[in-house]
Design a protein around this ligand. Structure first.
Ligand code: PRP
Ligand code: URA
Length: 206
């Protein structure tokens, strides 16, 4: 289950995001907007229950979300994807997972994990703009599953075919939602054409 967005707004904003001249302030704004648009697509199957609502004109049939959502940003780059989504779904819980990629081995190194003792939500959205080798996404989802999470979706911005393959093989039940699957990974594990380093470009640390 891999979903590459076909939405014109996503394609337009992704092009601005990739541009090497896009400054961190604009870059963060675009990450936030893209995250909201991708989350809109990724949550199209959330459960609803029937409710009645009083309008100024009388009673109307309505719907209320039944699934409780957990947002799991992968530090650091996933942080920029949280705020916009959280505003749209304010009752979500946010749990941070800290991983970085060892530059030599490209393997994820875990350094932080702030999860409650057991899952309190029905759906977990893992937020990380980049799915490169897939190692970080697989490690994050391993942690969530060990902890007891059952329904997990990955929401990212760019993916390499290798990352999609690795994540799908390790966790075939996890839907992958991205703006674009790019051409390849280069020899230092960066997505090509990609957008560079998503963490550095958000936080101005390049
Ligand atoms: C980036 C990105 C992912 C990871 C993807 O984080 O945000 O977490 O790389 O690569 P992978 O699919 O090959 O694991 P990075 O390790 O650069 O850490 P940072 O966000 O703290 O800069
Ligand atoms: N992490 C990034 O920030 N960019 C890439 O292209 C790959 C991993």
């Amino acid at each position: 289950m891999v979903f590459e967005s076909q939405h014109p707004l996503v394609k337009h904003k992704l092009t601005l995001l990739r541009n090497v001249t896009t400054e961190p302030k604009k870059f963060r704004e675009l990450i936030r907007e893209l995250a909201m648009l991708l989350c809109y697509e990724a949550t199209s199957d959330l459960g609803l229950k029937d409710v009645m609502v009083e309008t100024p004109m009388g009673a109307a049939n309505g719907k209320e979300l039944v699934d409780k959502i957990g947002l799991i940003p992968v530090l650091r780059a996933g942080l920029g994807m949280v705020e916009g989504i959280w505003e749209m779904m304010p009752s979500s819980e946010v749990w941070h997972i800290g991983l970085y990629r060892d530059e030599r081995t490209l393997k994820p190194v875990s350094y932080y994990n702030k999860l409650p003792t057991s899952p309190t939500v029905e759906v977990c959205l893992v937020l990380d703009p980049m799915l490169a080798t897939g190692g970080s996404a697989v490690a994050t989802i391993d942690i969530l599953k060990k902890w007891g999470a059952e329904r997990i979706k990955f929401v990212g911005i760019l993916a390499a075919p290798e990352g999609v393959e690795t994540l799908h093989s390790a966790h075939p039940d996890v839907a992958i939602h991205v703006a674009k699957i790019d051409d390849s990974l280069n020899d230092i594990g960066y997505i090509v054409p990609g957008l560079g380093d998503a963490g550095d470009r958000q936080f101005g640390t390049a």
